[in-house]
Structure formats: C-alpha cells, structure tokens
Write a protein that binds this ligand. Structure first.
Ligand SMILES: NC(=O)c1ccc[n+]([C@@H]2O[C@H](COP(=O)([O-])OP(=O)(O)OC[C@H]3O[C@@H](n4cnc5c(N)ncnc54)[C@H](O)[C@@H]3O)[C@@H](O)[C@H]2O)c1
Length: 254
C-alpha cells in the first residue's frame, strides 16, 4: 500500500473527485480526514470506508473561514498526532461573463477557491514541518491554462491556484514539503450537472460535448484523477514539486 501510516486531509471530500480520493487513500492505508460543508455526503462515505476496514473521520467545515480551517487541522492532529498530506480540492463553480458577475460572486469564488486553499496550506504546513516534510496537492484545472466562454470567475481562480502552487512550492521546499497541482479536464462528477444547468442542457449532452474536446474522445472518471493525486502524494513523486499534472485526456495538448 502506498500510504501506510500516512495522515491525509482532503477537502471537498463529500462529492466527486474528493470523495473518490478519500476512498482511494483509505484503500492505500492512510488515515483520512474528510472535510466538507456537506455533512450528509461525508457521513455516507465514512460509513462506506469504515465498512471496508478503512480509517476515516468526517469534519463539517467551510474552508473559506480561516478559523474553521485552523480548528480542522487542530482536530486532525488531536485525533491522529500529525498531518502528512493535504489535498486541497473543495471549490465552487461560479460562472459568467465579467459583466454578469457581481461583487458578491467574486468574493465567494475567491474565498473558497483561493483563500480556502491558502488557509489549508497555512495550517497544514506547520504540522508537516514538525514531521520533517509532507505533500500538498491542490486541485487546479485545465481552466488554469485555457479560457472558456463565460467562465471568468472560476477560471480566474484556477489560474491563481496554479501560481499559488508554485509560490508554496518555493517557500516550503526547505521544509521538505512538496507542493503540486493536478489539473483535470472534463470529469464526470456532480459539478457537471451544475455546468449543464448553466448551459440549459441535459447532462448527457454536456458530457458528449466535453468528451469531443479531448484527444481520447471521452470524459474522465473521478478515480483517474484520484490516481494522479495518489501518485503526487506518494514517495514515488519524491523529486516532484511546483508542477501541474494534466489529467485531461489530451484536452490541452491540441
Ligand atoms: N469535475 C470536473 O470536470 C473538474 C475539472 C477540472 C477541475 N475540477 C476541480 O476538481 C475539484 C473537485 O471537483 P468536483 O467535480 O469533484 O466537484 P464537486 O462539486 O463534485 O465537489 C466539490 C465539493 O466541495 C465541497 N465544497 C464546496 N464549497 C466548500 C467549502 N466552502 N468548504 C468545504 N467544502 C466545500 C462541496 O460540498 C462538494 O462536496 C474542484 O477543485 C474542481 O474545480 C473539476
């Protein structure tokens, strides 16, 4: 198992990619702290992981509130004695053109998608330093690199996460803390339903449309992203820091 005796914190773990990553990490022997605003999805997954003999705890947290993130990391350390891996994944999909987006939309999307990631890294790094190192994996996106129609706020935050990743990698390297980001292309998660509603289309049609944008002509599964996160979290990625890993079926290779 890749993560035996490791303690991992995954945000946005009640749904989609975060959920699948929590399952995979537990399968790989990690103690998994799952954080999300959605307690129902989180508690369902906890029951599933425990039924499969995994070790996991759920914490209801809004990552955009610094004191909640501080308390979260303290609770994880209190539970298991430290922290080795952070997967900063919780995000909101706020879309629109620059003329459509309101000030409160901007505040919300930056609070969760940028400040939330930074708060998690801030408190996780303190604990990782005490253990002689660690790994942080931020969920960025193909949207960190390319533009899409009427996606201004979300894509702006995903560009920021790419740069946040590089800056954290720079500052934390001397503490042996590696920081990378995974950049998914279209992945079949509940977030696609939001995207479909936004476009006024059926989810099936949206998945077909997104699949056509990739070289492999299909959308990805959450497990395929979770596998990339596992690689970056593991010792197999010991000389990798400050880099984006595209998991996009070739979307951005064209
Ligand atoms: N699905 C895709 O096609 C895709 C593509 C590129 C990047 N991504 C990125 O991958 C990550 C996961 O996406 P997903 O598709 O699994 O999304 P999702 O919507 O299925 O899951 C996101 C989770 O984050 C939680 N969350 C939202 N705001 C929160 C907050 N303030 N505090 C704590 N939890 C909060 C939600 O409750 C939800 O459980 C995101 O960072 C997303 O931007 C997804």
């Amino acid at each position: 198992m890749e993560l035996t005796n490791k303690i991992a914190l995954i945000t946005g773990a009640s749904s989609g990619i975060g959920r699948e990553t929590a399952k995979l990490f537990a399968e790989q022997g990690a103690k998994v702290a799952m954080a999300d605003v959605d307690a129902v999805g989180g508690q369902t997954l906890i029951a599933q992981i425990k039924a499969d003999s995994g070790i996991a705890e759920f914490y209801q947290v809004d990552v955009s509130i610094e004191t909640e993130v501080q308390d979260l990391v303290a609770a994880v350390v209190n539970q298991w004695g430290g922290l080795d891996i952070l997967v900063a994944n919780a995000a909101v999909l706020v879309t629109g053109t620059v003329e459509e987006v309101t000030e409160s939309d901007w505040d919300r999307v930056f609070a969760v998608n940028v400040k939330g990631y930074a708060f998690c890294a801030k408190y996780a790094a303190v604990q990782m330093r005490k253990r002689g190192g660690g790994a942080i994996i931020n969920l960025a996106s193909v949207s960190s690199f390319i533009a899409q129609p009427a996606f201004v706020p979300y894509n702006t935050t995903k560009g920021a996460i790419l740069q946040l990743t590089r800056c954290l990698a720079y500052d934390l390297a001397s503490d042996n803390i590696r920081v990378n980001c995974v950049c998914p292309g279209p992945i079949d998660t509940p977030a696609v339903e939001y995207f479909a509603d936004f476009q006024g289309l059926a989810k099936k049609d949206v998945l077909e449309q997104l699949a056509s944008l990739t070289l492999l002509k299909r959308t990805g599964e959450p497990r395929e992203v979770a596998n990339a996160i596992l690689f970056l979290a593991s010792d197999k990625a010991s000389f990798i820091t400050g880099t984006p890993l595209m998991v996009d079926g070739g979307y951005t290779a064209q």
